[in-house]
Design a protein around this ligand. Sequence first.
Ligand code: NAD
Length: 266
Amino acid sequence: MEKIRVAVSGALGRMGREVCRTVLATEGLELVDAYDSRAAGEDLGPVLGTAPTGIVVRELTPQHLQQYSPQVLVDFTTPLSVMQNITLSLEAGVRPVVGTTGITGADLEHIREMVKKRGIGAIIAPNFALGAVLLMKFAAAAARFFPQAEIIELHHDQKIDAPSGTALKTAEMIAAARLRQPQSREELIKLPGVRGGLQDGINIHSIRLSGLVAHQEVIFGGEGQTLSLRHDSYDRRSFMPGVVLAIKKVPALDDLVYGLENILDL
Ligand code: NAD
């Protein structure tokens, strides 16, 4: 069987480097190009701590995207650049697999339109870790019985956006699954922001500390009891099985898939 030709944008970043290592080591996948806005024409090998690969890291441009004709572009860059990268990718006929967070509802609509126009698929997942996807699913199940919920998301101190895409999606899923709304009540707020941010009536609290990778806890409150669901990604390798699955699934798609749960047999 022919290998899937993969390019990675954000290749010098924490996630991008892990994706490059994974693609190089995975049967059925071929890494053909690597992009980063900080690129200085270096070989990817030393960046990954391996022997030279012959793949030179360069900027993501329409010309570079055409040159080695990747079928899939994996993007782990920044909320500020992701929309431009997705547009470049779709315009070049390359299917995007996107882990970069900070994509809004309006952005998603725009991407869906572009995908339809081009007739090629795309996958966007706020979280590629299987455990985090299961946490969201379990949270939606619990929300039917526990209308009160708060989300605490904890990430490393270099993360730009807050709250995390996973926290926003979890709040959406809880809100959609609730059979009744929690009772509202008056609060005396003595410090602005102390109750977190509200999404779909659910308080989200974002913690940023060095030493953390990506973690989330959802606490449900009921009469005389609480239920806590927690997921911890201790290492960026936790995201790689989900990324590989998306790379393998996207060539057969002709629509936008948002969320890893939609390509998993759960
Ligand atoms: P990072 O800062 O380590 O890496 C980002 C890289 O992108 C940098 O090397 C930067 O130079 C590069 N870059 C910036 N603009 C670019 C552009 N226009 N074209 C090409 N490269 C560009 O960040 P990170 O920790 O690797 O995270 C990247 C993104 O992935 C963030 O949005 C983060 O929240 C998200 N993330 C998602 C998941 C998931 O499962 N979906 C998991 C972890 C991180």
